[in-house]
Design a protein around this ligand. Structure first.
Ligand SMILES: Cc1ncc(COP(=O)(O)O)c(C=O)c1O
Length: 400
């Protein structure tokens, strides 16, 4: 049912030979998203929130409409719970900085897991340096599944926040957020979900997840780079001090004393990523044409199809065997460095990611320095997988 989607992505018109298997890094963009950004800059552009002329007020309305679309897409209480940032990374930095400033100190603990991307590790480390709290890390099993017993053991009265990915960008493990929620709620511990890898492949319902914070980047959702989403429960808007200062986030500025705007304005200093937010709106329209359960199953089928074929190739090792995986396939080939795999695959127009995938602690835990990673999106097909497998066979031949 997704066989016609590919034609909506101009990159495949220009490069019909391209086998793009790097959606986990950043998804390709459909025409509708590109056109919405083009139209914004060509015909609708002005700065927003400040102008009293039509061009500005119209674009302000359109921009704010994307905030509403965002809240509906993730089933938030209201558009007022959505802060636009420049990326998921910035969103996590915002929470780490604002939360730690007020609520963390010596003797406190923040619980992360071995599955995390650097974006959900380093901001906490920077905050921990300043405030003296401890970072505690939830273990994973040898299959790469989150160790829920270890999580339960590590949650205690010192735990002040839990911050966990919903899906690993390296091995595709998904995390059962209902279990995280159940255990966090017992001690009233706020929790953050990093939804970067999950958001484009499955339904997200923050009301049901009952999380305090949910973050993702537009570019993983077939939208533009330069925009991130931070969902926050209402109470944090008042409890947090501003993250950055500047225009738009103020109520009144005076050298004697400045007062701040309330709600999301307080956390959106400066001119926001206007065209990027408009493009993000188009990406919701694009993805909402599909049932996300079908998207997940379709991509998982491609993953299973690839795994079945790789099983017959000697020396290929698939990394991560958790039974709750999404469509992310990390692998190694004995005696061939992942970067070399990537370079040879590129000769066959197969684009994959190689390296540590911004998750060095996870790789170390798996006794690896690097992997090759193929990740699937809505535009991939079984034919892509066949060509990927052929290219792997050629790589093996080349290095023999
Ligand atoms: C799981 C996860 N978290 C966070 C990020 C950071 O996203 P960004 O670089 O768009 O801020 C990524 C990006 O790959 C990711 O995969």
């Amino acid at each position: 049912m997704f066989d016609k989607i590919r034609s909506e992505f101009p990159v495949f018109e220009k490069h019909p030979e391209l086998i793009f298997l790097d959606t986990a890094a950043s998804a390709q963009k459909p025409k509708s998203v590109i056109e919405s950004i083009n139209n914004c800059y060509s015909y609708k552009y002005a700065n927003i929130h400040r102008g009293i002329y039509k061009l500005s007020t119209n674009l302000t309305d359109e921009f704010e409409n994307v905030r509403s679309k965002t809240s509906k897409y993730i089933n938030a209480e209201s558009a007022d719970n959505i802060v636009f940032t420049k990326s998921a990374t910035e969103a996590i930095n915002l929470v780490a900085s604002c939360f730690s400033e007020k609520f963390l100190g010596k003797g406190d603990e923040v619980l992360l897991s071995y599955l995390e991307h650097h974006a959900n590790i380093v901001p906490w480390q920077i905050a921990a340096e300043k405030k003296g709290f401890k970072i505690v890390v939830i273990n994973i099993s040898k299959e790469g599944k989150l160790d829920y017993d270890d999580m339960i053991n590590k949650i205690n009265s010192k735990t002040k926040l839990i911050s966990i990915t919903q899906m690993s960008n390296v091995i595709g493990t998904t995390v059962d957020m209902q279990r995280v929620k159940e255990n966090a709620k017992k001690l009233n511990i706020p929790f953050l979900i990093d939804g970067c890898q999950y958001i484009a492949h499955a339904t997200v319902d923050v009301s049901n997840l009952d999380c305090d914070f949910y973050v993702y980047s537009g570019h993983k959702l077939y939208g533009p780079s330069g925009v991130g989403v931070l969902y926050m429960k209402s109470q944090w808007f008042e409890l947090f001090n501003p993250y950055q200062g500047g225009g738009s986030m103020i109520e009144n500025v005076d050298f004697a004393k400045t007062t701040f705007a309330t709600g999301y304005h307080k956390f959106e200093a400066g001119t926001p990523p206007i065209a990027q937010v408009i493009g993000l709106g188009a990406s919701y329209d694009f993805i909402s044409r599909f049932k996300l359960k079908e998207v997940f199953d379709y991509e998982k089928d491609l993953y299973e199809y690839a795994v079945e074929k790789l099983k017959f190739l000697n020396d290929v090792k698939i990394i991560g065997h958790s039974n709750d995986k999404g469509a992310i396939l990390s692998f190694t080939i004995d005696n061939i460095h992942p970067n070399d795999i990537g370079m040879i695959l590129d000769q066959f127009n197969v684009a994959i990611r190689t390296g540590h995938h911004c998750a060095q602690p996870l790789l170390k835990k798996l006794n690896l320095n690097a992997t090759a990673r193929a990740s699937f999106g809505i535009y991939n097909t079984k034919d892509d997988v066949d060509k990927f497998i052929d290219a792997i066979k050629e790589t093996k031949k080349f290095f023999k």
